[in-house]
Each structure stands twice: as structure tokens, then as C-alpha cells.
Design a protein around this ligand. Structure first.
Ligand code: NDP
Length: 372
């Protein structure tokens, strides 16, 4: 009886054109009840079939506007598995040597680069030269110089460059941004971002300077850097930073274990953040204004994100981040939609400029000025 009532309620809401995804909280149910989508579809090839690439591919199955149609991989056995799992034709499969030929493939619109950080620069530039839109995982590159070259190459090739900032589409995060813009927290004074986890295997690429570009800051600290900007709603003008290393064997030169950093904003607001590979359960954002506060904890994991403000719990429903991200990015690429918080190459570049400044501040002990 209950399920029949639910079904009828969903049908009624569906007829009213309301977004059913918020009713069920389950992407599968939502997909079942959703009205058929007849707009343009972004045809995506994933480059790098590793753990995050696998998560994105699975989430894309529930996307209405983006479809996985191709792969680029250095591992033939993975290509074979993905071909059968996702029904990918052989003509849409490439490796790292031959993927420039994608330029002659009219059935692929965009390449989503999900490889180790140190490879993003060259790979995105090759994607741009092949005339395809690029979606690149965070960090977009390993320093601002590389990031700028990627932005320039995509501009020159007249293709879009987006960065995989999935939190920019997360409903509780967006509600806090809405409340801040409506003045509900009053003048923003302070942000705290704590992001970290205990890293395992000492031989993984995340601990290799060349492939990772750094350490925790590049991988997980970037969430505090980026989060400070979208939570405070301003661009920082100075940074200070302090690095600590308890295990120099595991965290070699240029691979940061723990960095605390502070950001100053034009309004006078300040941020205090921690990035680490040595502490578990560290995923918390706190925003304080003169009339209220917001807290997200967890703030950046795959969800459900939990949060509250001075007005009470945030209860926007959880949606698989990568499904929403791919739907929204398809809208940005194909229909020039504007997201609430940008996800373009310029946005990725700003984070890289801040990270360059954090490393400089940590190495010199100086307060570093920023112009973003
Ligand atoms: P993995 O190590 O799990 O996968 C990376 C894949 O890249 C490999 O499986 C491999 O795929 C390919 N690859 C190409 N060259 C190399 C190389 N020299 N060494 C290792 N792998 C190589 O990493 P993740 O999937 O966890 O991370 C990939 C990217 O995604 C990173 O930039 C990371 O920061 C980002 N990321 C983003 C997340 C988010 O929430 N937005 C979460 C997790 C990661 P193949 O065998 O197909 O060539």
C-alpha cells in the first residue's frame, strides 16, 4: 500500500515536472522515474582507467546528458573489460601513444583525463590539439605555469577545459553559498578547512614527486584551498604556511606530508587550513560570519555530505556527485551553461597559483602576496 502511494505521489510530481531525484535520494530510482531526456548528449572518452576513472564511468551510467563512448589506457586488459562492460566499440579505444588520432573520430566530443597529476599537462594539451574538449581531474596540473599553458592551449584550439571539481555541484555546499550570498551569515570573518587522510602504500604514484607534483597539498589539501574560496566567496590576497614532516623516508623531498596554511581575503576575512597525509577522518569545513555559521562534516568525501548552519541541519538529498557533475558539465560544454561556482581552467589555475604560493611560504617562512 505504502509503495503504491509512493508510486502515485511520484507520478503526480512527475506530471508537475518536479525533479524526482530529490524524492527518492537514490539515483537509480530517480533515473527510473525521470522524464525522458531528448537534449544534446556529451560523448566522453575516459583517459586513465584507474580507481577514480572507474568511479566516474559507473556514475556516468546514470547521467542523462553525458555518455561514456571511449577509453584511452595503457593497459590492454582493462580496455577489453571496459569494452564489454560499457559496450565500447574498438574504433573508440586508444592508448597513450596513438590517442592524438582521436581528432579523426567524430563520435567523441570530450576526453576526461583521470591519470596521475604530473601527466595532466601534456595529455590535456594533446587532447586540445586533437580538437576535443578536455575535462581534467584535480589538481589540473602540478604548478601554475603548466596550468596557464593548458588554459592557453585550450583557448587556442577553441575547446573547453573543465576541472573535476565535483563539490561545485553538491547541494548542501550550494545551499551554504546561497545563504552566504543572501547575507544570512552576515559579514564573513573566518573559514577553517581540514582535509587529510592516512596514506598507505609508500610506492604509489601519490608519493612520487614527478607524478604527483607534491604531496598531500596537491591531492587533498587542494580541497581546503578551493573550499576556502567558494565558502568565503572571495579570492585570497596573501598566504602564510608551515610544513611539518614526521616521516622523511616515506615523504621524500618535495612530497609534503602536513602543511598548515592561512589565507587572507580583501574583506579582512581569514582562513586557517590543514592538509595532511598522516591523519585520518579529516574532512571538515567551518564558516563563521557575524550573524551565523555553517559547518560541513564530511565536507568533500563522496557523500553523503553532512552539514548544519545556525538555522539547523542541512537536509538537501544526496546525489552521486560524479553523475551530477557529468550532467552539469555536459550542459556547460554543449549549451554554454554557467555553473554557480566556476569549474573552468581559470578556476583550476587560481588554485595552482595559491598552491605555488603555499609551497613558497612554507619554504621561506615569508608571507606571500597573491594577485588572482
Ligand atoms: P589510480 O592510480 O587509481 O589510476 C590512475 C590511472 O592512470 C592508472 O590506473 C592508469 O590507467 C593511468 N596511468 C597512466 N600512466 C600512469 C603512471 N605512470 N602511473 C600510474 N598510473 C598511470 O589513480 P586515481 O584514479 O586515484 O587518480 C587519478 C586522478 O584522479 C588524479 O589526478 C587524482 O588527483 C584524481 N582524483 C580525483 C578525485 C575526485 O574526487 N575528484 C578522487 C580520486 C582521484 P591505465 O592503466 O588505464 O593507463
Amino acid at each position: 500500500m505504502d509503495s503504491r502511494r509512493d508510486f502515485l505521489q511520484k507520478l503526480t510530481l512527475s506530471a508537475m515536472g518536479l525533479p524526482l531525484i530529490s524524492l527518492s535520494g537514490s539515483p537509480d530510482m530517480a533515473a527510473f522515474y525521470r522524464e525522458p531526456y531528448e537534449g544534446p548528449v556529451l560523448r566522453v572518452a575516459i583517459m586513465g582507467l584507474g580507481s577514480y576513472g572507474t568511479r566516474v564511468a559507473e556514475a556516468m551510467q546514470d547521467s542523462q546528458k553525458a555518455k561514456l563512448v571511449g577509453v584511452i589506457s595503457g593497459t590492454p586488459s582493462k580496455i577489453k573489460d571496459w569494452q564489454s562492460k560499457y559496450n565500447i566499440p574498438a574504433k573508440n579505444c586508444y592508448n597513450y601513444e596513438n590517442f592524438d588520432q582521436i581528432k579523426d573520430n567524430p563520435d567523441i566530443d570530450a576526453v576526461y583525463v583521470i591519470t596521475p597529476n604530473g601527466l595532466h599537462h601534456d595529455q590535456v594539451i594533446r587532447v586540445a590539439k586533437a580538437g576535443k574538449h578536455a575535462i581534467c581531474e584535480k589538481p589540473m596540473a602540478v604548478n601554475a605555469k603548466e596550468g596557464q599553458e593548458m588554459v592557453d592551449a585550450c583557448k587556442k584550439a577553441n575547446v573547453k577545459l573543465l576541472v573535476g571539481y565535483r563539490m561545485h555541484f553538491e547541494p548542501k555546499t550550494l545551499e551554504i553559498i546561497r545563504m552566504r550570498e543572501a547575507g544570512e551569515f552576515g559579514k564573513i570573518m573566518f573559514f577553517q578547512g581540514l582535509t587529510g587522510f592516512k596514506i598507505g602504500d609508500p610506492n604509489q604514484w601519490r608519493l612520487n614527486k614527478e607524478l604527483a607534483g607534491g604531496g598531500a597539498m596537491m591531492d587533498i589539501g587542494i580541497y581546503s584551498v578551493n573550499g576556502a574560496r567558494y565558502m568565503v566567496g572571495e579570492e585570497p590576497v596573501w598566504v602564510t604556511a608551515q610544513e611539518t614532516k614526521t616521516d622523511p623516508d616515506k615523504f621524500k623531498a618535495g612530497v609534503d606530508e602536513t602543511i598548515q596554511f592561512q589565507l587572507g581575503f580583501p574583506s579582512g576575512a581569514v582562513a586557517s587550513c590543514l592538509s595532511t597525509y598522516s591523519m585520518g577522518n579529516l574532512d571538515r569545513f567551518f564558516l563563521n560570519g557575524q550573524q551565523g555559521y555553517a559547518e560541513l562534516h564530511p565536507a568533500t568525501g563522496y557523500g553523503p555530505i553532512k552539514g548544519r548552519t545556525h538555522k539547523g541541519e542541512l537536509n538537501q538529498p544526496h546525489q552521486t556527485h560524479q553523475t551530477v557533475q557529468m550532467d552539469e558539465m555536459a550542459g556547460i560544454i554543449l549549451e554554454s551553461k554557467k555553473p554557480v561556482v566556476p569549474v573552468d581552467g581559470e578556476e583550476g589555475l587560481k588554485d595552482l597559483k595559491i598552491i605555488d604560493a603555499i609551497y613558497l611560504a612554507a619554504n621561506t617562512g615569508e608571507k606571500v602576496s597573491l594577485k588572482l
